[in-house]
Design a protein around this ligand. Structure first.
Ligand code: F0G
Length: 459
């Protein structure tokens, strides 16, 4: 696409879902009813939903047409063949297993390769990936490069894995004890930051040298390809699709949550090169997910997935997608909102500890910002800080998370420029009223994953 200042949404809208516009009084009462936890809000009470980019995409006319021709046969459905061929052509891996979403694939593959004494190494394991690995009894170690831990420093590929640490870890733990090495592209937990091809090649070479499996957590592989084309020398003339293909070719397999870059609301898959490993996983798939030619998906889901996984590589779409996320981030940065830099592919992460430096971490500045964004503009976001990751010591004192972030995850093809302008305006108000934001205390919480269901009171 030629460079214009205004990037248009490269689609027309022919079906709409109404947003209920609320008043600030209504929102305050909804928030109180939800005990200051936006996970407990009804979606009808939300105006702009930035809770996640997962499963929240708008499907295209072609995908909806695919829904109508979905083949619901139990075995060997046409829709399965369409999905299998699409995934096989992209990945170059000979074995494809359908799953209902990403974590189902993680449980099957990492559950099989894991177990007590095994170690998994990643740039950063996503929460469900880590949970599945640890649930099997294995250990999960994150080794993103140092630049990836500094929220302000520019580096073109902050999702890269530290290859020196990788080799040292394999030697220390023993290659036979490594369950797998996993490259997460883009690195969600690290701010949606990309991984370079050069880094993938180096990781791949080390894994080959020691005979260790390398898998791609590829749920945002198209977004990652955009960054490679525009930031890594030598890829200017490659298509996004070719870049993704090359990345897959450097690995032994992948796990995908299709709810992201396959532009569907539900779906996933595992790909593998190795037949014996694929057969083991297929047996587990049949026990818990479904037969090997649908794995927990309807035929129509597989059809839409096959179409979405091609659409996502269209240059106009990817340009709009990455630039519109960056647009929001750049405007907020110009306004003085402290955030993770550079902006990643699918989300903008605000540094609430710095924004609300008058709220101590024990009073959850991230949750305070989440509540302010909702009260002021009906915007739903998620805290990624001490509510999500905080622990208690023996005296019951909070051990805070390393950062107090708030994620604005942008659903694909759902919101327009004016929605984004609205969000920017809400942030202007946030900045004006910064000093009046109040901390919160937790009044009720479950033992695990407390961010989903905890109840809060404003201080
Ligand atoms: N891997 C990554 C990098 C993810 O971001 C996710 C989900 C998964 C695996 C698990 O996939 O949800 O289909 O089971 N991320 C969502 C998010 C939930 O909001 O970032 P799933």
């Amino acid at each position: 696409m030629e460079e214009f200042k205004t990037i248009i949404e490269p689609f027309k809208i022919k079906m709409v879902e109404p947003i209920k516009v609320s008043t600030s009084d209504e929102r305050l009462s909804y928030l109180q009813q939800a005990h200051y936890n936006p996970f407990l809000l009804k979606s009808d009470e939300v105006m702009i939903d930035f809770l996640t980019d997962s499963g929240t995409s708008a499907m295209s006319a072609n995908q909806w047409a695919g829904i109508m021709v979905g083949d619901e046969s139990y075995a060997g459905a046409r829709s399965w063949n369409h999905m299998r061929e699409t995934v096989e052509t992209l990945s170059g891996h000979g074995y494809v297993l359908p799953t209902h979403q990403g974590r189902a694939g993680e449980r099957i593959l990492y559950g099989f390769l894991g177990g007590k004494g095994k170690v998994f190494i990643s740039n950063t394991h996503f929460d469900t990936t880590r949970a599945n690995i640890e649930f099997s009894g294995a250990e999960a170690i994150d080794i993103v490069i140092e630049e990836g831990k500094n929220p302000r420093e520019f580096h073109p590929f902050k999702g890269n894995m530290d290859v020196v640490k990788l080799e040292a870890l394999i030697q220390e733990k023993g290659a036979e004890n490594i369950g797998a090495v996993i490259l997460t592209v883009t690195n969600n937990s690290g701010g949606g930051q990309p991984v370079s091809m050069e880094n993938t090649r180096q990781v791949s070479a080390i894994c080959k040298k020691y005979g260790v499996h390398l898998f791609l957590d590829c749920c945002r592989v198209a977004e990652n390809a955009y960054f490679i084309k525009h930031r890594e020398p030598g890829f200017e003339n490659h298509t996004y699709y070719e870049i993704a293909q090359e990345m897959f070719r450097l690995t032994d397999g992948s796990v995908m949550s299709a709810k992201k870059d396959a532009l569907v609301n539900m779906g996933g898959f595992i790909t593998l090169k190795d037949e014996a490993l694929a057969n083991e996983c297929k047996n587990l798939l049949i026990i818990t997910e479904g037969f090997a030619t649908y794995g927990g998906l309807s035929g129509r889901d597989m059809e839409a997935l096959a179409i979405g996984l091609k659409e996502v590589f269209e240059p106009d779409y990817l340009h709009y997608r990455i630039r519109s996320t960056a647009f929001l981030g750049e405007r907020l940065r110009d306004m003085g909102v402290p955030l993770m830099w550079p902006i990643g592919g699918h989300a903008v992460y605000i540094d609430a500890k710095e924004l609300y430096d008058h709220i101590p971490v024990q009073e959850y500045p991230g949750q305070a910002l989440v509540c302010e964004l909702y009260k002021k503009g009906g915007i739903r976001t998620v805290e990624i800080g001490s509510v999500m990751f905080g622990k208690y010591d023996n005296e019951g004192k909070l051990i805070p998370a390393p950062m107090e972030l708030v994620r604005l995850a942008i659903p694909r093809r759902v919101y327009t420029q004016s929605h984004i302008e609205f969000v920017i305006e809400v942030f202007e108000k946030i900045m004006q009223d910064k000093a009046s934001a109040k901390g919160l205390k937790i009044v009720e919480e479950p033992l695990f994953l407390r961010h989903f269901t905890s109840k809060f009171e404003q201080l």
